[in-house]
Design a protein around this ligand. Structure first.
Ligand code: ZN
Length: 390
């Protein structure tokens, strides 16, 4: 209501029957002899009272739903508006483990991220765990000559970088939740996520059999969670059955990369993990970016096959899919992988002066939480441990 219409409203109230009868009561009591000053004071007081009553009635009769500012003016009240607030325990830090034990090499396309040999992992993690790091996900990066073959044999080599690091971290940091990414692409000579047929396509049956063996080996080495990222049909069921058979299903979380989309955001990761396919691409097994219905079917299938956590990857470009995953898997945790390209883009934007790095890292991650995820795999994890402290 505008000020002029409020004044009109007050003058209208001045002549309302209730105001007139009040005047008549005052005259009957003999108060009509009150001084001019008293009359003036009384009018002022009435005006204030009318204004207040009028403002209240404006809100009640008209537009109270428009009054929102009060709910989020204080910084703490602002955080209460979020359904989920980012906490340290939601974050999983990706680690690239090479087979050169003493290596510590900066990955040029992933600002501040390194490939590390097993001897460098504990000194790197110690200060982060003191700051509240709760979980890491391990990716093996075999760099030795002749390590890769058509079957990805090195993936579950007990002396390989991933299995050695699982054993070491379980012993050094018993409270740290260990996730092992399960795939063959880092270990196959052709760089694809499974075993190939003669025509170059994936042999689904052999791939699932091999990948489920690798998952069991990682779980038996001591990781708390196996996360198959290969996208072969039926691998969740195969892994779950083998975990049951091995008697470790009760203590191993099965996190499925259920909705993993193909696209250009994995470039820096492939630099880091050395997993660029030597021919072709992964479009026959990773989802097409427009395939929302297909993603919903993949999520439904993986839940039915025994997944304990559903993951969506990438994250920020697929917030609708995260929301779908939360809808379909409403009784289970949903994870999102903020992939290397998303991380690199935020760094590039900040470096170009487009926005502040920390502000955008929070905005992007809070968007992922708002969509429905409660677990975020993020290269910003180490930064967030500091940022969430201040
Ligand atoms: Zn793969």
């Amino acid at each position: 209501m505008s000020f002029s219409s409020l004044v009109q409203d007050i003058s209208f109230r001045d002549t309302t029957p209730s105001a007139a009868s009040e005047q008549r009561r005052q005259m009957a009591r003999g108060s009509s002899s009150a001084s001019t000053i008293d009359d003036h004071r009384s009018q002022m007081s009435r005006a204030r009272s009318y204004a207040s009553t009028s403002a209240t009635s404006v809100s009640i009769s008209g537009d109270i739903a428009s009054q929102l500012h009060g709910g989020y003016s204080h910084p703490l009240a602002r955080t209460w508006q979020a359904e989920r607030q980012l906490t340290k325990s939601m974050l999983i830090l990706p680690l690239f483990i090479t087979d050169n034990d003493d290596e510590e090499t900066l990955i040029p396309s992933l600002p501040g991220q390194y490939r590390r040999g097993i001897n460098k992992v504990v000194p790197f993690l110690e200060p982060l765990i003191r700051k509240g790091l709760r979980s890491v996900i391990l990716f093996g990066v075999p760099l030795g000559q002749g390590v890769k073959d058509a079957l990805g044999t090195a993936a579950d080599d007990p002396k390989g970088p991933v299995m050695s690091t699982i054993r070491l971290l379980r012993q050094r940091f018993p409270q740290l939740f260990l996730v092992a990414d399960v795939c063959l692409c880092e270990y196959t000579s052709h760089g694809h996520c499974g075993i190939l047929r003669d025509d170059g396509g994936l042999n689904n049956e052999l791939s699932v059999d091999r990948i489920s063996d690798v998952a069991i080996a990682y779980a038996q080495a001591g990781c708390h969670c196996v996360a198959p990222s290969d996208m072969n049909d039926g691998r969740i069921r195969a892994i779950k059955l083998k975990l049951i058979e091995a008697g470790i299903s009760h203590k191993t979380v099965l996190m499925s990369y259920a909705a993993k989309f193909s696209g250009c955001l994995y470039g820096p990761f492939r630099d880091a993990a050395g997993s660029v396919p030597s021919f072709g691409d992964r479009k026959c097994y990773q989802l097409p970016p427009g395939g929302r219905g297909l993603a919903r079917r993949a999520i439904e299938r993986d839940i039915a096959e025994g997944a304990d956590i559903i993951m969506v990857k990438p994250a920020s470009q697929f917030l609708d899919i995260i929301s779908d995953a939360k809808d379909i898997g409403r009784n289970m945790p949903v994870a999102a992988y903020q992939v290397s390209g998303e991380f690199a883009m935020i760094h590039a934007g900040a470096k170009a002066g487009v926005f502040d790095l920390k502000t955008m890292a929070f905005e992007a991650t809070e968007g992922i939480l708002r969509a429905g995820a409660t677990i975020v795999v993020s290269y910003f994890t180490a930064d967030f441990l500091d940022w969430l402290e201040s």
